[in-house]
Design a protein around this ligand. Structure first.
Ligand code: OGA
Ligand code: MN
Length: 291
């Protein structure tokens, strides 16, 4: 049966009709999902019973090369044994819930700031694919914001003002904002990357704001003025009517387009409840020509 999508908000985000992505290999269905991403920017697939290997294989079938540097990986090695499988969880390598003062926990709670994955490296992340394995009995949602709609709603003066601007993104900056300190050696490895503030998404032709908690400095602008501009744009882009809040169920699989959305984790009692997800993110390289 053909894959269809039901839109989840008046602006963006779609839920896919039942499908088992482990079985999806044909070009037609993969293209239908890519087209869905260009329309909705966030797609929800229910009941995807992926093993880690299944998830890695699907991610590569869907979008080619995977990103291995989407978190502050300089801090620690991945307990899952593969840096392309990001450990989005509050548990340590022994399976225990991380202590409040655990350094890795302190780094990962920064996911609660609005961001887009791996904007602090070049190439950044294109599609992130998050698989829910253990979901707490309390709400622990993820919110998304549509940065195409945010661009569309800018006034002409602001559009003119931001045209052509470049922004320096750094994960050391977004962590520093929350009081997290990196050693000089770590900072050396986390120099960040520069990206345009406005991007055009090839598949849809739509323009989008490219913002994130990692956005540290507008190149060529005095630091305070640039930060205020970024602050105002993030405020504009995350007004409730431009957001979708995902309420997780076990085995949900959510794909988002990092080029034209931001997302953030919402707080929950993470000292009591386990929450374990696995993320694969593709590299934002020029799109492969599909045969
Ligand atoms: C991520 C992320 C948010 C969450 O996986 O990149 O930001 O709610 N996750 O876990
Ligand atoms: Mn993220």
């Amino acid at each position: 049966m053909a894959l269809t999508f039901t839109q989840l908000t008046p602006v963006f985000a779609g839920e896919a009709s039942p499908i088992d992505l482990r079985q999806v290999r044909d070009r037609e269905t993969l293209e239908a999902i890519r087209a869905g991403m260009d329309t909705y920017a966030v797609l929800v697939f229910r009941d995807q019973r992926f093993s880690d290997q299944d998830q890695l294989e699907f991610a590569e079938r869907f979008d080619g090369m995977l990103h291995a540097r989407t978190s502050s990986a300089v801090l620690t090695t991945n307990r899952l044994g593969n840096e392309a499988l990001a450990d989005i969880s509050n548990v340590d390598r022994f399976g225990n819930i991380r202590a409040e003062d655990d350094r890795q926990r302190a780094a990962s709670v920064a996911n609660r700031l609005w961001h887009t994955d791996a904007s602090f490296v070049d190439p950044p992340g294109r599609y992130s694919m998050l698989s829910a394995r253990v979901i707490p009995p309390v709400r622990a949602d993820t919110e998304f914001a549509d940065m195409r709609a945010a661009y569309d709603e800018l006034d002409p003066e602001t559009r003119a003002r931001i045209e052509g601007l470049q922004v320096h993104h750094s994960i050391a900056y977004s962590r520093h904002v929350l009081g997290f300190e990196f050693s000089d050696e770590e900072k050396e490895k986390l120099k960040g990357a520069v990206h345009p503030l406005v991007r055009t998404i090839p598949g849809s032709g739509r323009r989008a704001l490219y913002l994130a908690s990692h956005a540290q400095e507008v190149i060529g602008m005095p630091l305070p003025e640039g930060r205020l501009l970024l602050h105002d744009l993030i405020e504009h882009a995350t007004r409730p009517h431009l957001t979708y809040r995902h309420i997780w169920r076990p085995y949900d699989f959510v794909i988002w387009d990092n080029r034209c959305t931001m997302h953030r984790a919402r707080p929950f009692d993470d000292r009591t409840h386990r929450r374990e997800l696995r993320r694969t993110t593709s590299l934002d390289l020029p799109l492969p020509v599909t045969a």
